[in-house]
Design a protein around this ligand. Structure first.
Ligand SMILES: Cc1cc2nc3c(=O)[nH]c(=O)nc-3n(C[C@H](O)[C@H](O)[C@H](O)COP(=O)(O)O)c2cc1C
Length: 502
C-alpha cells in the first residue's frame, strides 16, 4: 500500500512538472487536480494581468483550465470548440478524451511571453463567456502550495484579450470564428484575497462570504442544471451570495483604478452595472454593486433596490416557455446592447458565476440562454424594465425538488459561519450554512442547559441563513447578564455558539 501510494505521488509529481513543450502531435492531458481553494475565494481574488508574464507553466495548468472550460454550459451553442496555442503548435482540444491534436504546426501565440492561449469558438458569445470565466478561475487556483506548486512563488496569471482573439481568428485557422482568447502565463501576483469589499450602504443585503464551503474543482465537477424546484424560498443570505458571485465587487482595482468585480469586462466598462434583477414572491429588485446613483465605477456597494412590489413570477414565466415554472427565485441578467459580442460575453461570465455559486451552496439552478428577441421583449414587459435594460439570460434558482440533486457538500449538515461573541445593546446575528435542505431549529439555552428562547423552527433550503436574538426570553423580557448557548440543529447535526449577554 505504501509503495502504491508513493508511486501515485511520483506519477502526480511528474504530471505537475511536465512542461508544455513535452506535448507531442496528439497527446492526452491528465485529468484535473483539485486544489484547496473555494469558488468564492478564487472569484474574490481574480484579476487580469495584461503583461509581464513568462511562458513556463506545467501542463497540468492547461489540463485544469481546459477541463473547467469544457464543463461550463454551452448556452444553446450549436458548436463550441477549444483551441490552444503553445510555443510549439496550435492544438484542438477534445473534452471527451482530454486529447490535444495538432491543428496548425508552429508558434501562433499572440503574446510571445504567454505559456499558452486558449481560444473559444462558440456559436453564442454567452457560451464563450461561460467557458472563459470557468477557465480563468481554474488557472487562478494554482498557487504556491499543494498540487500544482509554482516553485519560485510566481503564479498563474491570465487575461481575456480581444486583441489575441482577433489575431487567433485569422492565424490559428479555426473551423469556426474564435470569440475570445484567454492568455495564460506566470508572473508575480498577489496572494488570494479573503477581504470582502462588498458592503451594503443601506443594509439591504448581508455581507457575502468570500470563502466558501467547497473547492472550486469540486464545484465544477458537480456543475449541472436542474429545472424542478421545491417551493422553499431563497434566504436573503443566499440571494446576497448569488448577486455577489454574479457581479459583486472584489478588493482589486483595474488598470484605470475602477473597483474590480468577480468577472472581467472589456476595457473595464462593466456593461452589466445595475442591470441584474432578482424576481421572487415579494417583487422585482435590482442589484447594485456601486454607490447611489449606481453609475460611478470607482465606488463599491452591495444592495438591492425595489423596482416593483408584488409577485411578478407568473408574468415572467409566461414570457418564455423555457423558464422553469417552479423556481422560487429568478435572476435576470440584462445588457445595454445585445448586438455587441463583448457585452453578451459578459452576461455569460455572470451566468457561469450564478450556476457555480448555486452549486457551491447546494442549490439547484437552470440557465435560460440564449433568449430570442420575442422572449427578451416579453420579459422586459413582464418586469417593467427600464429602456436599455435588455434581458440576456434568466437563471432559475432554488432548492431541488426532493430527490433531484444531491448537495455539493454532503458531510455535516449545519455549520455556524459568522456570529458575534457578545451582545450589549444590539442583537446577536448568527449565520449558518446548511449543506442540505431540512427542518432547522435554533434555540438559546442558559449555561445550566435550560431552554430560554426558541428563535426559529422551520423548513429551510441549503446554503446560508441567519437567526437573530435580542437577548430576551420567551416572555419578551431581557434575560440577566451572562453566557448563553445558541444551538442550531438540522438533519441530526448540531452546531453551537457561546455568546455573552452584557
Ligand atoms: C471581452 C474582453 C476583452 C478584453 N480584451 C482585452 C485586451 O485586448 N487587452 C487587454 O489587455 N485586456 C483585455 N481585457 C481585460 C480587461 O481589460 C479587464 O478585464 C478589465 O480591465 C477589468 O479588469 P480585471 O479583469 O482585472 O477585473 C478584456 C476583457 C474582456 C472581458
Amino acid at each position: 500500500m505504501v509503495i502504491r501510494r508513493s508511486l501515485f505521488a511520483f506519477g502526480l509529481a511528474v504530471l505537475l512538472v511536465a512542461p508544455l513543450s513535452a506535448l507531442g502531435r496528439a497527446d492526452s492531458l491528465p485529468g484535473p487536480v483539485y486544489h484547496a481553494y473555494s469558488f468564492e475565494q478564487l472569484s474574490n481574488s481574480r484579476h487580469s494581468v495584461h503583461t509581464g508574464f513568462d511562458d513556463s507553466l506545467p501542463q497540468q495548468v492547461m489540463a485544469n483550465v481546459l477541463w473547467a472550460m469544457s464543463r461550463a454550459p454551452r448556452a444553446g451553442s450549436e458548436y463550441r470548440e477549444f483551441y490552444v496555442a503553445t510555443p510549439d503548435n496550435v492544438y484542438r482540444y477534445d473534452p471527451s478524451s482530454f486529447r490535444l491534436t495538432v491543428h496548425r504546426a508552429g508558434d501562433f501565440r499572440y503574446n510571445s511571453g504567454s505559456a499558452f492561449e486558449v481560444g473559444v469558438a462558440a456559436g453564442r458569445p454567452e457560451a464563450a463567456g461561460m467557458a472563459i470565466q470557468a477557465g480563468l478561475l481554474a488557472g487562478a487556483a494554482f498557487r504556491d502550495e499543494g498540487p500544482g506548486t509554482m516553485d519560485d512563488g510566481r503564479r498563474v496569471v491570465s487575461c481575456p484579450m480581444q486583441w489575441a482573439a482577433d489575431h487567433a481568428d485569422g492565424d490559428w485557422k479555426p473551423n469556426h470564428p474564435i470569440q475570445m482568447v484567454d492568455v495564460f502565463g506566470r508572473a508575480a501576483s498577489e496572494p488570494l484575497d479573503t477581504l470582502c469589499a462588498a458592503r451594503s450602504s443601506d443594509s439591504s443585503l448581508p455581507l457575502p462570504h468570500v470563502v466558501g464551503p467547497d473547492t472550486f474543482e469540486a464545484v465544477v465537477a458537480g456543475l449541472r442544471q436542474d429545472s424542478s424546484f421545491s417551493p422553499v424560498g431563497l434566504s436573503i443570505e443566499n440571494v446576497s451570495q448569488l448577486c455577489w458571485a454574479a457581479y459583486g465587487v472584489t478588493p482589486h482595482l483595474t488598470y484605470n483604478r475602477r473597483q474590480g468585480v468577480t468577472v472581467p469586462t472589456a476595457a473595464a466598462n462593466y456593461y452589466l452595472t445595475g442591470k441584474i434583477y432578482v424576481v421572487d414572491e415579494d417583487g422585482v429588485e435590482r442589484y447594485h454593486n456601486r454607490l447611489p446613483p449606481g453609475t460611478d465605477l470607482a465606488t463599491r456597494d452591495h444592495r438591492l433596490e425595489r423596482m416593483a412590489a408584488g409577485d411578478r413570477r407568473p408574468q415572467l414565466r409566461e414570457a418564455s416557455s423555457r423558464i422553469p415554472g417552479s423556481a422560487p427565485a429568478y435572476f435576470v441578467v440584462c445588457v445595454p446592447d445585445t448586438a455587441a459580442d463583448q457585452v453578451m460575453m459578459e452576461a455569460g461570465f455572470a451566468g457561469f458565476q450564478l450556476l457555480a455559486q448555486a452549486r457551491a451552496l447546494g442549490l439547484s439552478g437552470f440557465l435560460v440562454v440564449p433568449l430570442d428577441r420575442s422572449e427578451r421583449r416579453a420579459i422586459a414587459v413582464a418586469l417593467s424594465l427600464p429602456t436599455g435594460h435588455v434581458p440576456a439570460l434568466v437563471f432559475a434558482c432554488g432548492e431541488a425538488a426532493a430527490g433531484t440533486a444531491a448537495s455539493a457538500t454532503d458531510s455535516g449538515v449545519v455549520r455556524i459561519v459568522r456570529a458575534q461573541p457578545a451582545i450589549r445593546n444590539g442583537q446577536l446575528r448568527l449565520e449558518y450554512l446548511l449543506s442540505r435542505a431540512g427542518e432547522v431549529r435554533v434555540e438559546v439555552f442558559d449555561m445550566l442547559g435550560r431552554p430560554v428562547r426558541l428563535l426559529l423552527d422551520e423548513q429551510q433550503s441549503s446554503g446560508y441563513h441567519a437567526a437573530t436574538w435580542d437577548g430576551t426570553g420567551e416572555s419578551g423580557v431581557r434575560l440577566k447578564r451572562g453566557t448563553y448557548l445558541v444551538v442550531v440543529v438540522s438533519g441530526g447535526t448540531v452546531a453551537k455558539h457561546k455568546v455573552t449577554l452584557g
